[in-house]
Design a protein around this ligand. Structure first.
Ligand code: KG4
Ligand code: ZN
Length: 357
């Protein structure tokens, strides 16, 4: 194995640690552990930042011990230590960053700060057959819904985005409306499998341009969420039983249709022959199947992140760090802090001196 590194991810509600390696040009997941906090947050209906930080602090020492013993490696075998530094919950990011920087200092290793979205983008490289640059990425998670062009020199250019809720956030809010637990995505998917996806007609959420027309590659999910609320209220007011599986299926179907239509239109119009889908919502089966079918019809090559690496994990952070090490051979200042918001297009600044934050 040419390069090996330890990677940490603590930006939200999953504490995750991985040992990653590079064999030739191939990324290898040597050990990968996640301690999910969802049960801690489920009773509050969403992520509580203070609880997230405390749980990361409790989980990291155990996860570190586990990945080292599983990989049969010592810290002295590592070539670098990586951690997510932005965006995310500040306190939660800080736990991973301080842990990684402490280990890097103790073992005299380079520290590599990673942008969380660059991690998600890199998750597709963990598949059997990674795509060749350039390509278009649909990134659909709990915090982001974006269309990003990754150019041949690995620059990230955002071509589309949500103007309000992210797709995953819409799943979480609609799940709560339907009395389902957090996180909403898997719960809706499960209920939707028993429902009729064509029963209810729901809005596709377009974003108007001030000069007229619509932004073709942008998204809006807040109107859909309100439409679901109104639908449930009117069914209830008329004394109907709430057809939860049909509501879940119709919602899941319209979200998938919107994501598929706008992504493919963007790929075709931007003359990008390859489309990649990553992020927590990319684990959704209806979305995966619909995207496969329509991409095939459009003659677009589709690469889906492996399901196990769609939701937050440290292997994707390690993959991004190994690419940074391999391609640019640069690391971050040990003084690089964390930032709750930071554009992906400015992730290069994590490797500059002085650091941006
Ligand atoms: O990427 P991720 O783990 O965290 C963020 O960076 O946000 O994404 C979490 C989001 C949540 O909103 C969750 O409801 C959604 O992804 N999600 C799903 C599925 N699994 C997770 N949405 C739809 N279908 C799924 N199977
Ligand atoms: Zn994420």
């Amino acid at each position: 194995m040419q390069q090996k590194l330890l990677a940490l991810e603590t930006s939200c509600d999953e504490s995750a640690v991985a040992v990653m390696g590079m064999e030739g040009k191939k990324l290898v997941v040597i050990a990968n552990r996640i301690a999910s906090q969802v049960n801690e947050h489920a009773k509050w209906g969403g992520v509580v930042p203070e609880i997230a930080s405390r749980k990361h602090l409790e989980a990291l020492p155990f996860l570190l011990g586990e990945v080292l013993s599983e990989s049969k490696l010592e810290m002295t075998d590592m070539d670098a230590v990586a951690a997510t530094v932005a965006p995310g919950l500040a306190g939660a990011l800080m736990i991973g960053s301080v842990t990684a920087r402490t280990l890097a200092s103790l073992y005299s290793l380079p520290f590599i700060g990673i942008h969380h979205l660059e991690g998600h983008l890199s998750s597709v490289l963990l598949g059997k057959n990674p795509p060749e640059l350039p390509y278009l990425v649909l990134l659909v998670s709990g915090g982001h819904t974006e269309l990003i062009r990754v150019s041949s020199d690995r620059n990230f250019i955002r071509l589309g985005r949500s103007h309000d809720d992210a797709a995953g956030e819409a799943f979480d809010k609609v799940a709560r409306l339907l009395g389902l637990p957090y996180p909403g995505g898997p719960a809706i998917e499960n209920l939707a499998s028993k429902g009729d996806p064509k029963r209810f007609v729901l809005p596709k959420g377009r974003v108007s341009r001030p000069e007229g027309g619509y932004y073709p590659y942008d998204f809006s999910f807040s109107g859909l969420k309100t439409a679901m609320l109104r639908l449930v209220e009117s069914l209830r007011a008329n004394g109907h039983e709430i057809p939860r599986p049909d509501l879940a299926a119709s919602f899941e179907n319209i979200v998938a249709e919107v994501l598929v239509e706008r992504s493919l239109r963007c790929a075709v119009e931007e003359k990008l022959k390859t489309l990649v889908m990553v992020g927590g919502v990319a684990a959704n089966n209806r979305l995966r199947e619909m995207m496969k079918q329509r991409a095939f019809e459009e003659g677009i090559d589709l690469y889906l992140a492996p399901k196990a690496f769609c939701t937050d994990n440290a292997a994707m952070i390690g993959a991004a760090a190994l690419m940074r090490l391999e391609v640019t051979n640069r690391s971050s200042s040990i003084e690089l802090g964390v930032s709750p918001r930071w554009p992906l297009a400015e992730a290069d600044s994590f490797y500059q001196s002085p650091p941006p934050f």
